[in-house]
Design a protein around this ligand. Structure first.
Ligand code: URA
Length: 197
């Protein structure tokens, strides 16, 4: 990634922000893009949203170092703007490779950009905290969409929701993947019945 000079957003960023954590984990958290502090430190989720993410991870019995934390985009977008679809696409092969190596039992997406990678039609307000099994690179992958921790810092209602949603990760972790019902990601199905274990 360091050598790939075609990657977007490089010129405005201080440095690449790789994923970090335990590559043998069952839990892979996928956020959006580095912000100011991540760009400065070269590590994902080290600002205010990161502090909240750490607390949420601890609330389900893990230390940050025991899980893996990454982003769909690895350079900070200017002024923390939303990443563009072509930017997300440019980093996707690296994210996919990371997932292939880690083989997590559950991918927890944080916010809509990482959710839409696996559930392109989904709306976060409809699917947060639910468990999906998607076809991913030739295998079934369990995905749990969560609100982004930064959204929880702006809204006490979302904070309370995300705290509850995180507790559902514990149950999904203890369930056998083969018993998790497969869900469709089409809009129609989502509005009626989606998810769940
Ligand atoms: N928000 C993200 O989505 N990722 C980070 O690394 C930090 C904030």
């Amino acid at each position: 990634m360091e050598e790939n000079k075609t990657l977007p957003l490089r010129t405005g960023a201080t440095q690449l922000v790789f994923g970090e954590g335990n590559p043998d984990t069952q839990l892979y958290f996928l956020g959006e893009a580095p912000g100011y502090y991540e760009d400065r430190e070269g590590r994902p989720f080290v600002g205010q949203a990161g502090k909240l993410l750490d607390q949420l991870i601890e609330s389900i019995g893990f230390r940050r170092s025991e899980v893996y934390i990454s982003n769909v985009v690895r350079f900070r977008p200017p002024a923390n703007r939303d990443p563009e679809p072509d930017e997300i696409a440019a980093f996707a092969p690296y994210v996919d490779e990371e997932i292939k190596i880690i083989k997590p039992k559950i991918i927890v997406t944080l916010g809509r950009f990482s959710m839409n990678k696996f559930l392109p039609e989904a709306r976060i307000s409809a699917v947060h905290g639910k468990v999906f099994k998607v076809d991913w690179n030739g295998k079934k992958q369990v995905v749990m969409p969560m609100y982004h921790p930064a959204a929880a810092l702006r809204s006490t209602a979302i904070l309370s929701t995300i705290k509850g949603d995180f507790q559902l990760i514990k149950k999904a972790l203890s369930d056998d993947v083969s018993t998790i019902e497969e869900q469709s990601t089409s809009k129609n199905d989502q509005s009626s019945q989606l998810s769940l274990i």
